[in-house]
Design a protein around this ligand. Structure first.
Ligand code: UDP
Length: 236
């Protein structure tokens, strides 16, 4: 089967595991997500995943409660490790081989992140789940997605969201918001279109890494994107 993108970095926010809950992980939803990932794995895509932690803890929330920002961010990074393990567990129950690689060493539960080793895992047909963000506070997992995608030379960064793509204004608040099928990095940055944070966008721009923003709630979208269908919005 002809794949438009062969090596992909899938950025999932913690909320993608939450389903319709307000917090934590929804077992039904994460299972559906794993089925979708497995389907593209089976047609030969090399898949790396960066998982967020917002369903459990966000650094900005901690600092708004008076915590030191860096400490709160480390808690956020630990939250991503929990999500990574949950995703690994469900994928392996579906017989998809995976490796979790953590940017913060915790050898008992995950491999340390080593770039060349991550690439080797992908070549050997393992799904690699990157945990603990960049390992540094003051960054986001979107930026981690851009960074890891550049490091492993991914063909595309797939940014999963709850809406169909990038809009000229917030589609949840404005029913007349228009879906933008294709925009440039600079448009995304200058118009502040809330695609990803600016650090992540700049990194993608500097590395000519296309970003496809798509709706993760619609089944089959990842497959369609990899097969070349114009799903969602593209930033390039
Ligand atoms: N985080 C961090 N450095 C990183 C990545 C993440 O400090 O490189 C922290 C930060 O506190 C963030 C939290 O981990 O709020 C969870 O990540 P994020 O908010 O990006 O998750 P998502 O919104 O994708 O669920």
């Amino acid at each position: 089967m002809g794949l438009k993108y062969r090596r992909v970095l899938l950025k999932l926010s913690g909320e993608a595991l939450m389903g319709d809950r307000e917090y934590g992980i929804d077992p039904f939803f994460i299972s559906e997500l794993a089925d979708e990932i497995k389907s593209v794995y089976e047609i030969g895509a090399e898949i790396a995943i960066v998982i967020g932690g917002g369903n459990i803890f966000r650094g900005v929330k901690g600092s708004s409660m008076g915590m030191d920002r860096a400490t709160a961010d480390y808690m956020g990074m630990l939250a991503t490790v929990m999500n990574a393990l949950a995703l690994q567990d469900i994928l392996e129950k579906k017989e998809v081989p995976t490796r979790v690689m953590s940017a913060i060493e915790m050898r008992q539960i995950a491999e340390p992140y080593i770039r060349r080793r991550a690439i080797r895992h992908l070549e050997k047909g393992r799904i690699v789940i990157f945990a603990a963000g960049t390992g540094s506070p003051f960054f986001t997992t979107d930026t981690t997605g851009a960074l890891r995608a550049a490091e492993i030379k991914a063909d595309v960064l797939l940014k999963a969201t709850k809406v169909d793509g990038i809009y000229d204004k917030d589609p949840v608040k404005h029913p007349d918001a228009k879906l933008l099928k294709e925009i440039t990095y600079l448009e995304a940055i200058n118009k502040d279109l809330k695609v990803m944070d600016h650090t992540a966008l700049t990194l993608c721009m500097e590395n000519n890494l296309p970003i496809v923003v798509f709706n993760i709630k619609k089944k089959g979208n990842i497959m369609k994107i990899l097969l070349g269908e114009p799903i969602g919005s593209i930033v390039r």
